[in-house]
Design a protein around this ligand. Structure first.
Ligand code: AMP
Ligand code: MG
Length: 396
């Protein structure tokens, strides 16, 4: 199955079970959350015309090109000025309201202040120059952000500029993280024969926190059917069970058996590398996504499939990471029948890749700045164009 097809199906399923409950949170706690309501301005922004410069406000018609104008008032930001007296100018600072009657601000660098505190304007001036008009950014009643927008520092800054102290956001998605595998041991424990440390658990839990999810850390699940059933049964109150491992073909697949017995299982063989096997289904109605166990596969399938799914559950429309075209700084001679997402970097404007692209090598991703997409059936010469998805696009 092509990665686009799998993504489309996952997004359809996400849209069919949207999380609609919302809550009101203070701005400072809204980072990473999804807006549950349109943000409509109740203000003109700016609320009044103001000066874009430190300089002098005047009525252009009062200036004959020669005669200096008397300074009749001083206006700082935060003050409320008097109307401009005819035939005068006002000393004004950036962000201060334009006095009624003025229609132009000249920057201080372009004037000469005479000894008697009259101001000589030395450059041609235009009506409206250096004035930020009322409502330049937004006007009352205008929608500034739509429901389904993910809130980052910029959106929160915008909400603050409109005077909002809190926002209605979709409640956090509750995600249970399960690491399957008899070979897994938590860091801090001694490593026995045949054992490896569990890297996916902390990788996924940390990532999910960055995505604003409520994480239920369900720990390590042994490769055992009874334990799998018991564990899944305890996770009835989550929105998604996200497991890793145990989906390789040929392995005793206890997660799959449990889903078939008490829910539904779809096993997809994705045409991507790393990350071929992916499970989607539900257990007693709770959606389950089973990612492959190799850490680089976990990373790629989480970034490209599970993350968009989680965002769409919250009503986010823009779930696809930005990718851009760059020339390859490497050669690729063996055309694959799966789409490859190589861990790479940009060096001197070209995409280069980590020397070992094994799906077990997480170090490749730590070294990388992004995923280099090599299409099915393609070979590459240096300079051929490839797509590059920055990891920063998907990490939160
Ligand atoms: P599986 O999908 O269970 O066959 O796992 C594929 C590979 O990923 C095996 O080499 C596993 O040992 C490894 N693996 C599975 N889960 C984890 C994990 N949580 N942390 C590190 N490696 C894992
Ligand atoms: Mg396993």
């Amino acid at each position: 199955m092509a990665v686009e097809v799998a993504l489309e199906r996952l997004l359809e399923m996400a849209a069919a079970t949207p999380i609609v409950q919302h809550e009101r949170v203070p701005l400072a706690e809204a980072q990473g959350r999804v807006l549950a309501e349109d943000l409509v301005s109740t203000l003109d922004l700016p609320p009044w015309p103001n000066s874009a410069m430190d300089g002098y406000a005047l009525r252009l018609a009062d200036w004959n090109g020669e005669t200096p104008l008397v300074i009749s008032q001083l206006i700082f930001a935060g003050q409320s000025p008097d109307p401009l007296a005819a035939g005068t100018c006002a000393r004004i600072f950036t962000g201060a309201p334009i006095p009624m009657g003025a229609d132009c601000v000249e920057m201080q660098e372009n004037v000469i202040v005479e000894d008697d505190q009259r101001v000589r304007f030395t450059q041609p001036m235009a009506c409206g120059q250096n004035i930020r008009p009322q409502g330049q950014e937004t006007t009352v009643g205008e929608q500034v952000l739509g429901a389904g927008t993910r809130l980052g520092p910029i959106e929160l800054g915008l909400a603050a500029s409109l005077g909002r102290a809190s926002l209605g956001v979709i409640r956090r998605v509750r995600v249970a993280v399960l690491s399957t595998g008899d070979e897994l041991v938590e860091p801090g424990q001694p490593l026995g024969p045949g054992q490896i440390y569990n890297s996916n658990r902390v990788l996924l839990c940390g990532w999910l926190h960055r995505l604003g999810c409520d994480v239920v850390d369900a720990g390590i699940l042994p490769d055992d059917l009874a334990a799998t059933r018991t564990c899944l049964a305890q996770l009835s109150d989550v929105d998604l069970i996200l497991s890793t491992g145990g989906v390789s073909v040929g392995e005793a697949d206890f997660l799959g058996i449990a889903l078939r017995e008490e829910g539904e299982l779809t096993l997809w063989k994705l045409a991507i590398k790393p990350g071929k096997p992916l499970t989607f289904g539900h257990f007693r109605g709770v959606p389950v996504i089973g990612l492959p166990g190799n850490p680089a596969s976990t990373l790629v399938t989480f970034a490209l499939l599970a993350r968009p799914y989680l965002l769409r559950r919250q009503g986010v429309q823009a779930v696809s990471p930005l990718k851009f075209q760059v020339p390859a700084g490497f050669v690729w001679t063996k055309a694959g029948n799966r789409r490859e997402f190589l861990r790479g970097r940009i060096e001197n404007g070209r995409a280069v890749i980590y020397r070992n692209q094994s799906s077990g090598v997480l170090r490749s991703a730590a070294w990388a700045e992004g995923l280099v997409e090599v299409l099915e059936g393609r070979t590459l010469a240096e300079g051929d164009v490839v797509s590059f998805i920055p990891l920063s696009e998907v990490l939160d």
